[in-house]
Design a protein around this ligand. Structure first.
Ligand code: ZN
Length: 305
């Protein structure tokens, strides 16, 4: 049973988890619930373990992860627990997720370490309007002049994100199904709401070794702690939609959502590209949908939307 007070408190805590260092302190003191527990493919998860898995420690959130090629022209340039992806084209590059503003220099370093130029970032896209993914947008825009594009439904939350008082830049407002193109690369923006109203799953196709691969940049499917009938409808639609996307390579806004650390270790030992793994494409959706249903079932019938 979840009392209204507890639900409200949990919603605040989960929301606060994305606001930065101050929130990390409160998260450590008041972690989210350790129930319900769900088991998917032999692994047990609770809301607390999922958030811990996603965020790691404050140090993990700001420590550079070795930048590496994922597949084709797509590279990882984020930290240990906050993803940032670079798509390289002959006419400049696309960056997905600036993460926290304090990580922008680390992302720049990762791009440089790979032999690319930060100033070649021409388009900046986002996963969803939470600070751990898009707080650094204004600084990236300032340093590179990139065009910043955002899903319409996340624009209000992005506009409210003003690190150091900087206005959140938005050069183009996107709608469900629209394409972003640059230098032969095409990314499609799929609206997959629930975690935020404008949560965006990006898809593209890349070539490697003479073959085409479908890549899915998943948006978070972690349900908000407080479920309304609107968010229940959104999450239900999003779980269904992501399962229809052609997928050979799935990545997510947190590396834990696609077992990056494990796959990166495999990458070091040679052999076939471990990121090309169609069988694991819907694992994160399976985990989050199981949790979503368990949370819903835990709500008192009267409180269920
Ligand atoms: Zn989030």
């Amino acid at each position: 049973m979840t009392s209204p007070t507890r639900t409200t408190l949990l919603a605040c805590l989960l929301g606060a988890a994305f606001l930065g260092p101050v929130a990390n302190v409160s998260l450590a003191q008041n972690p989210p619930a350790d129930h319900p527990a769900v088991t998917v493919k032999g692994q047990t998860y609770t809301p607390r373990s999922i958030l811990a898995r996603n965020m790691g420690t404050p140090e993990d959130q700001t420590t550079q992860f070795p930048p590496h090629k994922i597949v084709g022209n797509i590279y990882y340039v984020g930290t240990k627990t906050l993803s940032s992806f670079l798509i390289v084209t002959p006419q400049g590059n696309i960056l997905i997720d600036s993460t926290y503003e304090r990580n922008v220099k680390t992302i720049e370093k990762s791009i440089t370490d790979l032999g690319f130029k930060f100033s070649d970032v021409k388009v900046l896209l986002g996963n969803h309007a939470h600070g751990d993914h898009q707080e650094g947008d204004a600084l990236v825009k300032q340093l590179t002049g990139a065009q910043v594009m955002a899903m319409a439904e996340d624009v209000p939350a992005l506009k409210a994100m003003k690190p150091g008082g900087k206005e959140h830049p938005i050069d183009r407002i996107l709608h469900d199904g629209e394409a972003v193109t640059l230098g032969g690369a095409t990314l499609i923006a799929h609206l997959t709401p629930g975690h935020t109203p404008g949560c965006t799953t990006w898809t593209t196709t890349v070539q490697e070794g003479g073959r085409n691969y479908n890549v899915v940049f998943s948006c978070s499917l972690r349900a908000p702690a407080s479920l309304t009938s609107a968010t229940v409808d959104e999450m239900t639609r999003s779980f269904k939609l992501v399962r229809t996307l052609p997928c050979d390579v799935q990545v997510g806004d947190h590396p834990a959502q696609y077992n990056m650390h494990e796959k990166y270790a495999k990458l070091q030992s040679g052999g076939p590209n471990p990121f090309i793994d169609p069988a694991s494409c819907t694992l994160e959706a399976d985990i989050q949908e199981a949790m979503f249903k368990a949370v819903l079932a835990e709500q008192p019938p009267a409180a269920r939307p």
